[in-house]
Design a protein around this ligand. Structure first.
Ligand SMILES: C[S@@+](CC[C@H](N)C(=O)[O-])C[C@H]1O[C@@H](n2cnc3c(N)ncnc32)[C@H](O)[C@@H]1O
Length: 318
């Protein structure tokens, strides 16, 4: 079902890294960036001044959380995919006093449980059901959400990390996970001048660099690879033909590494891709969502038109 996508293969960390290093160019699944340390490093990116995604998304949520809550109605479930520190979702929770439950789904279990405990203190009347899961794999929410209305929430442009065909397949899979009569709110980064994108993804504060090089620490710790951060640099480039950022680490010299009993050459300056971030217009993303069986209720941008949120439903028109 999924095409050429390390993020979506059902392998453990070691097997996935070995498979990724055999690709040309090597491409390690970005989900492995989020171990406990990576989850904390990611928070540093969200607050960096050049990385507009978090600010723009909060602005859109501020403006539209009320109407999203009204559409969902009372007693519904809010399911966040890749919930991280569950920060942005507070804008929705604050605007949805009649929400039945919040279901954060997150691969980084320590961060998930900590965020759920904090939210329980701050929203004492709300049922919170954290699920430690990889959202690329099948899991069942029926017992958790019952038959009330469900809103899937996928902020942070995480959907844009997938190849467009796989984003479409992912959205199609959401019908089964969330059920019929559901809503889906997706954060989607907009096509814009490459200079703005490159400034955001190569932000000078070094937070993204630090976050991406954390993959080497994880490989050393879990796979015994003995790599040295000082032998790599980080750079994000813009691929204009495919309208995507390609964030990669580059060896500064020829390196040989052993993973899962196999030997891999990592030649100097050959990128090891860690993340693609595809850029859409409002129209190209709405068309992708429609191909996946979702109708657009509305789509919003921040005032600088840097970022968009698409509010979708699979409810049949009345
Ligand atoms: C870009 S961050 C977004 C965090 C938060 N939703 C926000 O918008 O600030 C992506 C989050 O998704 C999580 N994640 C990435 N891949 C995942 C997967 N396959 N399954 C579950 N969670 C995943 C990461 O751990 C991280 O917390």
């Amino acid at each position: 079902m999924f095409d050429n996508e390390p993020n979506l293969t059902d392998l453990d960390f070691e097997a996935s890294v070995a498979q990724s290093l055999a690709l040309s160019p090597p491409r390690i699944a970005s989900k492995w960036l989020y171990d406990d340390k990576g989850a904390i490093l990611f928070e540093g990116i969200v607050s960096s001044p050049d990385y507009y995604v978090g600010r723009a998304e909060l602005e859109i949520l501020d403006a539209h959380a009320g109407e999203i809550g009204a559409a969902l109605g009372a007693g519904g479930s809010l399911v966040e995919l890749g919930s991280g520190a569950s920060t942005k979702v507070r804008k929705l929770l604050d605007a949805m006093p009649r929400l039945g439950r919040y279901v954060p789904v997150e691969i980084s279990e320590a961060q998930l449980l900590e965020a759920a405990a904090t939210l329980r203190d701050d929203y004492p009347g709300l049922e919170i059901v954290p699920i430690a899961a990889d959202f690329t794999k099948d899991f069942d929410l029926t017992a958790v959400v019952g038959d009330g209305p469900v809103l899937g929430f996928f902020p942070g442009s995480t959907l844009c990390n997938l190849l467009p065909a796989n984003s479409e397949a992912f959205l199609r899979r959401m019908h089964g996970l969330l059920g019929p009569d559901s809503f889906f709110l997706a954060g989607v980064d907009l096509h814009k001048e490459p200079e703005v994108l490159l400034a955001a993804y190569n932000e000078p504060g070094g937070a993204i660099w630090d976050f991406n090089l954390n993959i080497l620490d994880r490989m050393n710790r879990e796979l015994g690879t003995g790599l040295d951060r000082a032998d790599f640099r980080h750079e994000a480039i813009y691929n204009a033909d495919l309208r995507r950022i390609e964030a990669a680490i580059y060896p500064l010299r020829d390196i040989v590494v052993r993973v899962a009993g196999q030997t891999f050459d990592l030649p100097a300056e050959q990128p090891i891709v860690l993340e693609y971030s595809h850029k859409y217009t409002l129209e190209t993303f709405a068309a992708l969502a429609a191909r996946a069986g979702w109708h657009t209720v509305d789509a919003w941008t921040d005032h600088n038109q840097l970022f968009s949120m698409h509010f979708l439903t699979n409810r049949s028109p009345a």
